[in-house]
Design a protein around this ligand. Structure first.
Ligand code: SAM
Length: 349
């Protein structure tokens, strides 16, 4: 079966889930959706998503199928297409001859991740919810950059940095799983992704032969440049939020990222994993602290526990192996009071 990762990598938009409402309370009906299907690729016909199917009302007929989001009506289409097959299969039902519908919606008019709600409007005006179609759009590089920037903007001049400076033991105490995995990294040239104010870099003074610190936010770059101005072997670089440019291919021995990727959009995580493969030397390792929050609920990530974005241990492994990396170890961990909320994964080339 084609995985979700393949769909992302092959640059296709896909339908992730279709939930049929089973709402037969208002008026009895039979509804059949032929397209789209789960994991449907949508891009073939000019970035449109096609809806086809049929609907019959047992007591009165259905006039329209309505397509909407939770905020607005997108389109209403007449149920008026000839469906002799339905008449053949449901001879005892009325109004079967013209029970078909066909509609196409342009993907660029829909939001990046979202859902389309299908409703039936009956002759007497009664509205019955039929299905919710959850889709995820393939993102162009520009789309991915703007998602990364939106999240990055939440971390400019944030009170987090001062507070976090005092709570390092969870990462650096010898007994932690973070430290045990970190001990496997070769510190000849190590890169820290999303360094913030550099509290982890502090632990690498005198230990890393070369440390490259990266972050999406200029204010963090300025802070770390000042903080480590006397460390000749430390460099601080602002990146674009989706990859390690301008780092050269095969040039870094290890990468780590703590308490940051947990907030990233999963497609940015995929993009970083693809670039991890590019910059690591053969035999290099990357240690990533990421989310294991499985609910892709289309809410703003800030509303999830500890602002975790959607990601799972399994999806991360799928993205990593799909990017040509080898999974060395994965450890699911609690965060605060939330059981199994996070995961740390060590990958290698
Ligand atoms: C919660 S802070 C953690 C900072 C640091 N890792 C620490 O543990 O102190 C999240 C960091 O991720 C950075 N960030 C957010 N999105 C990013 C992205 N897409 N790429 C690189 N850095 C990002 C923010 O600027 C911020 O420094």
């Amino acid at each position: 079966m084609q995985g979700f990762n393949d769909l992302l990598l092959s640059k296709k938009t896909c339908v992730k889930e279709i939930i049929f409402s089973g709402d037969k309370t208002a008026i009895d009906h039979i509804f059949h959706l032929e397209s789209p299907n789960i994991h449907n690729q949508i891009t073939e016909f000019g970035e449109k998503i096609f809806f086809t199917g049929w609907i019959i009302g047992k007591k009165q007929s259905v006039k329209f199928i309505r397509f909407c989001t939770s905020e607005k009506i997108i389109e209403e289409t007449k149920v008026e297409r000839s469906r002799p097959d339905v008449t053949l299969n449901y001879p005892d039902f009325p109004n079967t001859e013209m029970s078909g519908f066909l509609e196409s919606l342009k993907m660029d008019e829909l939001s990046n991740n979202g859902e389309i709600i299908l409703e039936a409007i009956f002759d007497d005006g009664t509205i019955v919810k039929l299905a919710i179609i959850k889709y995820e759009k393939y993102l162009s590089k520009g789309g991915l950059l703007s998602i990364a920037n939106n999240i990055g903007n939440n971390w400019i001049e944030n009170p987090y940095y001062e507070k976090a400076e005092k709570s390092l033991h969870g990462f650096w105490d010898e007994s932690t799983c973070f430290k045990k995995l970190f001990n496997q990294l070769d510190l000849t040239h190590v890169l820290e992704l999303a360094c913030g104010h550099g509290r982890h870099g502090e632990n690498l003074r005198g230990k890393a032969q070369k440390l490259t610190m990266m972050d999406i936010n200029t204010s963090n770059i300025e802070f770390c440049t000042e903080r480590f101005k006397n460390e000749k072997n430390f460099e601080v670089i602002k990146n674009n939020g989706i990859n390690f440019q301008p780092i050269s291919d095969n040039s870094v021995r290890s990468i780590f990222c703590y308490d940051a990727m947990v907030h990233f959009d999963h497609r940015c995580v995929l993009s970083y994993l693809q670039d991890t493969k590019r910059i690591l030397v053969p035999g290099g390792l990357a240690l990533y602290h990421h989310s294991n929050y499985p609910n892709n609920n289309f809410k703003h990530y800030g509303q999830n526990p500890h602002a975790r974005n959607y990601m799972t241990k399994e999806l991360f492994a799928e993205y990593a192996t799909g990017s040509g990396l080898i999974i060395k170890e994965q450890i699911v961990i609690n965060w605060g009071d939330e059981k199994d909320l996070d995961c740390i994964t060590l990958v290698g080339t």
